[in-house]
Design a protein around this ligand. Structure first.
Ligand code: NAD
Length: 487
């Protein structure tokens, strides 16, 4: 099951290798086998990538926005045409079930390229009437931007960062997660094929040190990271020390609130999507499911019934609904949290085991797990687990649940299930979270801003908000009369 790319890095429109880089094995999470061997970027590779981006960017920024957009839209079409191949790469890299990667990964990146490819031509500065003189503003590119990805949605993250950056006239150097380095290379090839000039989208592989090398590079104007809160803090302080623009898409421990009057099947469906999709490895997951006391027991019974039916196994089998976790380290972390949940007194209502699957004994699987009787102070209710582990917490009143939902350092997302629409809007308005859903969960279309409050991050991805964050505003005052000078 080899998935070896031509070389480790894609710089200035071609693959390059530097044999001096540290080995970076690519592991298939379903079996534990090594399916490709790449190398981490050396300082030499990093320098080549930044220089290629710096050299290519000014001419790109001078093109008409529709011309830049046309290339992005062409790349979107290629992504769609290659979706089946890209889904397979993503499944091999992440272990996520192919039934998910066929609908949620490259296609989401394609939507993003298409959106920004179209939107950028209509994204302009403004004219300001000053009663004779006037002013206008221009949205100008920042220059060289760095994107750093997490491992749960590799090509989607590469698309969400590169599309608005390129649309606005920037160049990008992208570093995928060391766990999932493959699909960003495929995206780089597709950009070239669509006509993107060399040097505008470069991929360098590596661990955190390569990311830090890029963030600290003097030529780099902006960095956008998707990752954990501790990584975000490090990157933001380094970027801040050099006055660079920064967008941080970080972790969460989001509340999903189910009131007594909710449609119970929809609420359970939302809770399951918000905990088990992508084997629970989604930053915005609603991992604290607050269920009102009147519906609680029925909700739990039916949740367990539906959870037990989840098909776990071979990620390449289209019938499989849940694959393994991304790595042995993540597997051990999740299994550790399940033990902590038990020790802290939560009731293990369902799952919690490491399944033994014929032919996949070396894989990093964990059963979808539901804890009930969870209290606010338990570690499983406070810390991000990033695996298929749902905590169900009981509540009685609206004010109570709002206070409890907000009692967290995170603020990425939140959801409310109720048929009482005034209450839905009232509660959502009180929740300290950047991305919220009413009677739905975890839908992130490119048209709406995505990002977090509090420790979950700074800045937004997607929507026109992302174009603002990949540009800088220039104000121009224009005199239409004489200069009123006292000298
Ligand atoms: P991570 O923080 O370990 O790594 C993220 C990326 O940062 C990797 O590419 C890594 O190599 C790089 N990195 C690590 N140290 C660095 C440093 N000092 N300087 C620069 N780069 C560095 O995160 P992960 O384990 O890959 O992903 C899981 C985390 O990402 C979870 O916390 C999850 O919630 C979060 N996440 C957030 C979003 C979002 O949009 N908010 C989306 C997906 C994942």
């Amino acid at each position: 099951m080899r998935a070896q790319p031509t070389a480790s890095h894609y710089v200035n429109g071609r693959y390059i290798e530097d044999e001096g880089g540290a080995p970076l094995p690519v592991i298939y999470p379903a079996t534990g086998e090594t399916i490709a061997m790449l190398r981490s970027a050396t300082p030499n590779v990093l320098e080549l990538a930044v220089e290629a981006a710096r050299a290519a960017q000014p001419a790109w920024a001078r093109l008409k926005p529709v011309e830049r957009g046309r290339i992005l839209r062409r790349a979107a079409d290629i992504l769609r045409a290659r979706n089946a191949d890209l889904a397979r790469i993503e499944t091999l890299d992440t272990g996520k079930a192919i039934q998910e990667t066929l609908v949620a990964d490259a296609l989401s990146a394609a939507d993003c390229l298409e959106y920004f490819g179209g939107a950028v031509a209509a994204y302009n500065g403004e004219a300001i009437d000053l009663g004779g003189p006037f002013a206008y503003t221009r949205r100008e590119a920042l220059g060289v931007c760095v994107g750093i990805g997490a491992w749960n949605y590799p090509i989607q993250i590469a698309g969400w960062k590169s599309a608005p950056a390129l649309a606005m006239g920037n160049a990008m150097v992208f570093k995928p997660s060391e766990n999932t380095p493959l699909s960003a290379l495929a995206l780089a090839e597709i950009y070239s094929e669509a006509g993107l000039p060399d040097g505008l989208f470069n991929v360098v592989q590596g661990y955190g040190d390569v990311g830090a090398g890029l963030v600290g590079h003097d030529v780099v104007a902006k960095v956008s990271v998707t990752g954990s809160v501790p990584t975000g803090r490090k990157v933001l302080s380094l970027a801040g020390s050099k006055m660079k623009h920064a967008t941080m898409e970080l972790g969460g421990k989001s509340p999903l609130i189910v009131f007594d009057d909710a449609d119970i099947e929809n609420a359970i469906g939302g809770a399951m999507l918000g905990n088990f999709y992508s084997t629970g490895q989604i930053c915005s997951n609603g991992t604290r499911v607050f269920v009102q006391s009147g519906i609680h027991d029925r909700f739990v019974d039916r949740l367990i019934e539906r959870t037990k039916k989840i098909r776990i196994g071979d990620p390449l089998d289209p019938e499989t609904q849940m694959g393994p976790l991304v790595s042995k380290a993540q597997h051990d972390k999740v299994v550790g949290y399940i033990e902590i949940g038990k020790q802290d007194g939560a009731t293990l209502a369902c799952g919690g085991n490491v399944p033994s699957l014929q032919g996949f004994q070396g894989g990093f699987f964990v059963e979808p797990t539901v804890f009930t009787g969870v209290t606010d102070t338990m570690r499983i209710a406070r810390e991000e687990i990033f695996g298929p582990v749902m905590s169900v917490l009981k509540f009685d009143g609206e004010d109570e649940v709002i206070d409890r939902a907000n009692d967290t350092e995170f603020g990425l997302a939140a959801g409310v299930f109720t048929r009482d629409l005034p209450r839905a809007h009232r509660v959502i308005a009180e929740l300290l979270a950047g991305t919220c859903w009413i009677n739905a969960y975890n839908l992130t279309p490119v048209e709406i801003p995505f990002g977090g409050f509090k420790q979950s991050g700074i800045g937004r991805e997607n929507s026109l908000a992302a174009l603002a964050l990949y540009s800088q505003l220039k104000s121009i005052y224009v005199e239409t009369g004489d200069v009123a000078s006292p000298y």
